[in-house]
Design a protein around this ligand. Structure first.
Ligand SMILES: CC(C)(COP(=O)(O)OP(=O)(O)OC[C@H]1O[C@@H](n2cnc3c(N)ncnc32)[C@H](O)[C@@H]1OP(=O)(O)O)[C@@H](O)C(=O)NCCC(=O)NCCS
Length: 178
């Protein structure tokens, strides 16, 4: 088989530019939200987070001017929590979710967080794999946490984020990403 040298068929994904989410980004974010979750945060929920929650840090990932990913965390002293993360379904599997996750972790660590928690649906194996890659383990299960189908949530946790071992793990993963 001949090697395809046509640059329009280049397979390397374009780099994701991660920026703080702004109010004017919310329409694009809620479009991805609708395609990604069975129960969604409405526009107002994102707007309230951006306007009023001093503990919240939300980001969008762009390819060119198009928003293709977003994510958010709360950071309360040493504690941080992933509130949301999603990638446009058309562009999943291109490491954009991982880049966003890595950015959320970097931000939390920079702000002094020592651990991070999150909830994930029991059936959401792709997200669980992503979190496990970044050192998260399941610490407990919340039965019937999701009201749409009574699905349980796994509570996942990554600790000692400020430690050398965790930083080395992040550095190694970041090197692979770039
Ligand atoms: C979870 C999500 C953000 C992952 O984003 P993505 O850009 O598709 O994933 P990436 O290409 O960055 O993959 C990174 C890692 O995630 C895991 N992963 C992603 N897609 C996967 C799949 N289809 N099957 C298994 N693992 C998968 C893998 O560990 C992968 O790394 P690896 O290939 O080296 O093992 C994305 O699937 C999504 O938006 N899902 C819907 C919203 C959602 O469920 N959010 C999480 C709520 S808790």
């Amino acid at each position: 088989m001949k090697l395809d040298l046509d640059p329009t068929h280049a397979s390397a994904p374009e780099p994701l530019r991660i920026e703080e989410m702004r109010l004017e980004d919310i329409n694009a974010v809620t479009r991805i939200e609708l395609l990604s979750f069975t129960t969604q945060w409405p526009h107002d929920a994102f707007a309230n987070e951006l306007r009023s929650n001093k503990l919240a840090h939300y980001f969008v990932g762009r390819i060119g001017s198009r928003i293709v990913a977003y994510g958010g965390i709360w950071v309360i002293l040493e504690d941080s929590h992933v509130t949301t993360i999603a990638v446009d379904p058309e562009l999943r599997g291109c490491r954009y979710g991982e880049r966003m996750m890595s950015h959320l972790l970097d931000t939390a660590i920079e702000l002094g967080a020592a651990w991070m928690t999150l909830e994930v649906r029991e059936s959401n194996l792709s997200a669980q794999r992503l979190y496990q890659k970044y050192g998260f383990t399941t610490v407990t299960t919340r039965k019937a946490y999701y009201s749409d189908n009574n699905e349980s949530a796994l509570v996942m946790w990554a600790g000692n984020l400020q430690g050398e071992l965790y930083r080395a793990r992040l550095d190694a993963l970041r090197a692979k990403l770039s």
